[in-house]
Design a protein around this ligand. Structure first.
Ligand SMILES: [Zn+2]
Length: 464
């Protein structure tokens, strides 16, 4: 069939009222609506589903806890919370009923900035967060009082409070992988229903403070990975970047922070979650909580302080240091570390293998000489020059004593110190990880020497 012929065939489209749009507020709302209506895709939602669920949310939101959330952080000045209105819930219900009357099926074409399938009505922050006030005419296209959202999309956004969590302020996920979007909404709707049964009202609250936003993001990812429908999916079907919006829609000074979780990080976390290294990974993460006071515990810090491992993973910075537990010990095993290197650091197999081999030879050499001197030299290397000098010494001694080589020039330039040694610290941490992992029993026999060196180092640290 030629392309011209196929385009001329008229296929009757099913009349669906919703599709995924790419707008985070609308898509989040659609995910919650799908869970409430027990549908897999927005396109499966019928007008009857929509009516029934609008009934449900208008009843739910009329509780005081929800009205407070609307007023403070979600939809300021909405009918529900307007002090001027006598029957807020009734007026809100009437407003939604009016939009419901205007709902039209797709597909079509229009100027709604979210779906582009029908024409929009200018709305402000009362209906969709972060739009500002309608009075900010210059902020909107063509001098209109607000941004154009169609009735379908406006209604979808009203379900968004059931797919976000409160971490000091609302935290919302947006991803193009619908299964993930749905899994997060499933968890939150479930939690909201439990709260409702227990006569609790308002947003699902994680109990964490605003600065712990990044911890809440990674807890959300764990919840997603625990979802039974996600758990059976092939990893290749789940790979996608995730974006979390941490926002508020205050009348005065709305806020917005974003956490972008690269696809590579999500893939890594998924593999770890399904592997035997899961508990070891928890220990690595626990090292990212910095205790300032003795009585601070991990649980308390999780609620208040950003975890360094999570923060660095999100920013694309190396977390290899956190696999080294101090006192020349490691957390996790070579499998976990090499998974991290392959998935997140995009290190190729050959490079990982060369570093492993060099570390093994380095340890063997130290055992042969009976001294931990070269290992501690590598451990305390403070500059690229120190790092290079430690390797060179072993290379020289190996050549002199046994006519052997630690590594070739190519291996050094391409695998250990690529880009002129820009990532030497990461390579050093990796060499040490392998040395401490493989040499654990031999090193434990060298405890007194290690303690001596550690106290020397402490003095040195004090002086600098
Ligand atoms: Zn729309």
């Amino acid at each position: 069939m030629s392309p011209q012929k196929s385009s001329s065939v008229q296929v009757a489209s099913p009349a669906f009222i919703f599709t995924r749009t790419g707008n985070p507020f609308v898509d989040s709302g659609l995910a919650a609506l799908c869970i409430l209506a027990n549908k897999k895709e927005p396109s499966e939602i019928t007008l009857d589903d929509l009516k029934a669920q609008i009934d449900y949310i208008t009843r739910l939101y009329s509780g005081k806890g929800w009205r407070d959330a609307f007023h403070g952080q979600l939809f300021p000045n909405a009918e529900l919370v307007n002090p001027a209105s006598k029957d807020g819930p009734g007026q809100y219900r009437a407003a939604l009923a009016q939009y419901l009357e205007q709902v039209t099926p797709g597909p079509g074409r229009g100027n709604c900035i979210s779906c582009g399938q029908r024409d929009g009505i200018p709305v402000e922050k009362t209906r969709v967060p972060l739009l500002g006030s309608g009075k900010l005419v210059n902020f909107f296209p063509a001098g209109s009082q607000g941004e154009r959202f169609c009735p379908n999309c406006i209604l979808a956004v009203q379900f968004m409070p059931l797919s976000i969590e409160k971490v000091g302020k609302p935290l919302m996920l947006h991803t193009m992988k619908w299964k993930i979007q749905l899994a997060y909404a499933r968890k939150i709707v479930g939690e909201a229903r439990r709260r409702e049964a227990a006569k609790q009202q308002g947003l699902v609250d994680t109990g964490q403070k605003k600065p712990a936003g990044v911890n809440a993001v990674y807890a959300a990812i764990e919840d997603i990975l625990n979802d039974e429908r996600v758990a059976v999916e092939d990893i290749s079907n789940l790979a996608a970047p995730l974006r979390f919006y941490h926002f508020s829609n205050y009348n005065q000074g709305p806020e917005m922070d974003m956490y972008d979780i690269p696809s590579a990080v999500f893939e890594f976390l998924t593999e770890v979650h399904r592997s035997r290294s899961k508990d070891e990974w928890r220990r690595v993460v626990a090292r990212g909580f910095r205790k300032k006071k003795k009585r601070e515990n991990e649980e308390g810090l999780f609620k208040t302080t950003p975890n360094m491992v999570y923060q660095r993973l999100t920013k694309g910075e190396s977390i290899l240091y956190y696999f080294l537990a101090g006192e020349f010990k490691v957390i996790g095993d070579w499998n976990l570390v090499s998974l991290y290197l392959r998935k997140v650091r995009r290190m190729d197999e050959k490079q990982i293998e060369t570093i492993r081999r060099v570390a093994d030879r380095y340890l063997e050499f130290s055992k042969e000489t009976g001294s931990i001197k070269r290992i501690t030299q590598l451990h305390w290397a403070k500059s690229y020059r120190d790092f290079r000098s430690a390797l060179l010494r072993v290379q020289e001694e190996l050549t002199r004593r046994k006519g052997e080589s630690l590594l070739t020039f190519d291996e050094y330039v391409l695998d250990l110190a690529p880009e002129g040694g820009a990532s030497w610290q990461e390579t050093r941490d990796l060499l040490l990880f392998r040395i401490y992992e493989k040499g654990a029993s031999w090193l434990s026999g060298k405890k007194s020497e290690l303690e001596q060196l550690a106290s020397n180092e402490a003095e040195l640290e004090e002086q600098t």
